[in-house]
Design a protein around this ligand. Structure first.
Ligand SMILES: [Zn+2]
Length: 431
């Protein structure tokens, strides 16, 4: 690993496989980054005082964007800070991350959003805040969405909780229709999940736990799709987890509605069966579902129903996760394992080709949230992820840059990883 703080010299990436789906480009060539943007593409680039990196054998692609990250600052710095979270993102191959607003205080006003934007400047990757949909994230009144957007919020969510009040969600989507900035809800009918700690099914019954039925997610999504149909506001559904949800989103897209969605690695990799062996390391919301749901995630990724991949990086301390299953907090970290999982299971597993992997991790989140990046043409922002598609490695949480290590993936073998992260033309992480 190397981290650099001085102003970057022009950086020439020589001999890599440049893959830029937005330009339909996949070729071996050089890429020159200068003054924060792509300055030239081609094999005859030379200039004095240049930093040259031989990237032969590596994929050079638009920087990966994780649009679902919990940084925990302010309020829960014992789990993660802006600094440690940004370092984990860089180490995982992400040039940009988008943060969820369940902090204390939550970003529910223009002032608080502006404060976060200011704090985020210190991160080694680009960090963008989502603002809350409701004041204090309490579900009672609409936050000032237009002013928060002007202050830098790239989306709105009460993540961790749904927006239960239908009238509030309707008004939020009306604003979204005007601004073009999506509402990104955590979809759950709370009255159907009260007391629940895992998926409702034969495993929860065997363990004697109250379950969270897939219906709780699907009913709220069906409601919100109806509201999109009426308001025209863009809806970006966070962390979908059931086969029924994939079908709802597929139908909404077929009707031409502005509905997009994301899936997390654990929802295309794991089932509720694993709660028995992994305990709290497999406790999250939405919960791990059944094999038919996993299969639907794979199918949805393949046919484009699922637009983006994201981690829902949710740091918790070892002490918190050591609590009994019913008391332990929901969530796992993901920034430093997600690209490995994607390459191992989706690329090498034959689910997505490389252009589609880059689309789900870069092109699509940039488009949906109107972020810089997602393409590498002359003049574009110089955010680059370098991938080694074949390097084999083993997850070792003791080496995570994140402050927390709550992962169910320790010891897993991976094939493929991000080996370099370049933000604004500056190499911020290299293996
Ligand atoms: Zn959530």
């Amino acid at each position: 690993m190397s981290q650099q703080t001085s102003a970057p010299r022009p950086l020439l990436l020589r001999g890599g496989r440049l893959v830029d789906p937005a330009a339909n480009r996949d070729e071996t060539t050089d890429l020159l980054l200068r003054d924060g943007v792509v300055a030239a593409i081609g094999q005859e680039v030379t200039m004095p005082d240049i930093e040259e990196v031989d990237v032969t054998g590596l994929v050079v692609c638009p920087g990966f964007i994780d649009a679902h990250v919990h940084l925990r600052e302010p309020g829960f710095e014992h789990k993660e800070t802006i600094k440690t979270g940004a370092e984990a993102a860089a180490a995982g191959g992400f040039t940009s991350i988008v943060t969820m607003p369940n902090t204390a205080p939550p970003p529910d006003s223009a002032t608080r959003v502006a404060d976060l934007v200011e704090r985020y400047q210190a991160g080694c990757v680009r960090i963008y805040p989502m603002g809350t949909v409701t004041g204090e994230r309490a579900g009672k009144g609409l936050a000032p969405l237009q002013q928060m957007a002007a202050a830098g919020a790239v989306g709105f969510s009460d993540d961790g909780d749904p927006v239960e009040d239908e009238s509030l969600m309707r008004r939020a989507l009306q604003v979204a229709a005007e601004t073009g900035i999506p509402i990104a809800p955590h979809e759950e009918v709370k009255s159907l999940t009260t007391g629940g700690c895992m998926h409702e099914g034969d495993v929860s019954r065997r363990l004697g736990f109250i379950g969270m039925p897939g219906l709780a997610e699907e009913q709220m999504i069906a409601r919100d799709i109806d509201l999109v149909r009426e308001t025209g506001g863009p809806l970006h559904i966070l962390h979908i987890s059931t086969a029924g949800t994939v079908e709802l989103v597929r139908e909404a897209k077929a009707s031409g509605l502005p509905v997009t969605c994301e899936v997390l690695p654990h929802h295309f990799l794991m089932t509720h069966e694993q709660v028995e062996s992994l305990g709290t390391a497999a406790k999250m919301s939405p919960p791990l579902r059944e094999q038919a749901d996993v299969d639907a995630m794979i199918a949805g990724l393949k046919d484009g129903t699922i637009d983006t991949l994201a981690t829902d990086h949710a740091p918790h301390t070892a002490q918190e996760k050591a609590l009994p299953f019913l008391e332990a907090p929901m969530g796992i970290v993901g920034l430093e394992t997600a690209i490995g999982h994607t390459l191992t299971h989706l690329l090498h597993g034959g689910v997505l080709d490389l252009a589609a992997v880059i689309d789900r991790w870069s092109v699509a989140p940039a488009r949906i949230l109107h972020l810089a990046g997602g393409r590498l043409q002359v003049g574009d922002v110089a955010d680059v992820t370098l991938l080694d598609l074949h390097q084999t490695w083993t997850v070792d949480s003791s080496r995570f840059h994140s402050k927390s290590t709550n992962t169910p993936f320790d010891g897993q073998s991976m094939r493929g990883r991000a080996v370099g992260t370049i933000v604004g033309g500056r190499l911020v992480y290299q293996i």
